[in-house]
Design a binder for this molecule. Structure first.
Ligand code: 13P
Ligand code: SF4
Length: 289
């Protein structure tokens, strides 16, 4: 049995991805966090990811090498936003994106990720779904299901993906007219409309590997590019904009990961009651998927 397992998200620095035991999208990482047999998980990513691993592993230490690394979208919602909306829509169910704190997950019926959001929403009994906290993923799900989605907060979004414009992509297409365009569902509906493929970070990596196109424009965070180049060496893989950088995803460096192992910390702590409620919503997602 290994003492430590290093899990890393597809957006973290390439050198951290290279030393990781497993790299993946949020759903793959949630599943992996349930399976590992190491005594301690070290999680290279942003806060909600390490917290999610801790919630799923109440008897194991989960270390987040840099607790200052926070998801800017997850910070934009409070539990009271969901509770108030529940009061306004008493028949609705709450589906919350995994990019959220434990306190938000705890007041949700079920969690989803970018790769299973449509499936999770379709699995719900209610016709009206309160969906937190990404308006763009909510719009994507509404487009692919027959449910009515109420985004909470109304304008919640990832500042990195939301800033990608149709003009940015148009500019690139003028330079590479033969290119295929792939984007993450956190991009705006306008951007999604001009994309050839919309998917989670790992689905995008697979798409690049399997596509017949020589040139692919990638509308998601830069950290994914080096991995795509490594896995698809013959292809021209171009960021759809040079501004698609999530600074918090860059905070976990190799040095910080090594220091975290040496010092056995910082350990992620989640309030027991909050963690139990959040675990219920996360496990419900894992059962459906
Ligand atoms: P994935 O679940 O697709 O990896 O996305 C996580 C994320 O933070 C996207 O910005
Ligand atoms: Fe959060 Fe956006 Fe960074 Fe993903 S890219 S972790 S959604 S701020």
């Amino acid at each position: 049995m290994n003492d430590f397992t290093l899990l890393a998200h597809n957006y973290v620095r390439p050198e951290v991805q290279q030393i990781a035991d497993f790299t993946g999208d949020s759903l793959e990482l949630a599943k992996k966090a349930q399976e590992v047999d190491a005594g301690t998980i070290v999680f290279a990513g942003v806060d909600f990811m390490a917290e999610m691993a801790a919630i799923l592993n109440p008897d194991r230490d989960v270390i987040h090498p840099d607790p200052h690394a926070k998801c800017a979208m997850a910070l934009r919602i409070r539990p009271s936003d969901i509770l108030e909306t529940r009061r306004r829509y008493p028949d609705a169910e709450v589906v919350t994106y995994i990019n959220s704190s434990a306190a938000i997950k705890a007041v949700s019926d079920i969690i989803c990720t970018s790769s299973n959001a449509v499936k999770i929403v379709n699995s719900m009994d209610a016709d009206t779904i309160i969906f937190a906290p990404d308006q763009n993923l909510a719009a994507y799900v509404a487009e692919h299901t027959r449910k009515e989605l109420i985004p909470v907060p109304a304008l919640g979004c990832c500042p990195v993906h939301h800033a990608l414009t149709v003009e940015d992509i148009g500019e690139r297409i003028r330079k590479y007219p033969e290119a295929e365009v792939i984007v993450h569902p956190e991009t705006t509906p306008g951007v999604q409309r001009i994309a050839d493929f919309i998917g989670s970070t790992s689905a995008m990596i697979r798409y690049v590997r399997e596509s017949k196109a020589d040139t692919i424009l990638v509308g998601t965070e830069h950290g994914i590019i080096s991995r795509m180049k490594l896995e698809s060496p013959g292809k021209r893989i171009i960021p759809a904009s040079m501004h698609l950088v999530c600074p918090d995803m860059k905070m976990c460096t190799v040095d910080r990961c090594l220091q975290a192992v040496k010092e056995h910390g910082p350990i992620v702590h989640v309030d027991k009651e909050v963690a139990a409620d959040a675990r219920r919503a996360l496990e419900r997602m894992l059962e459906v998927t």
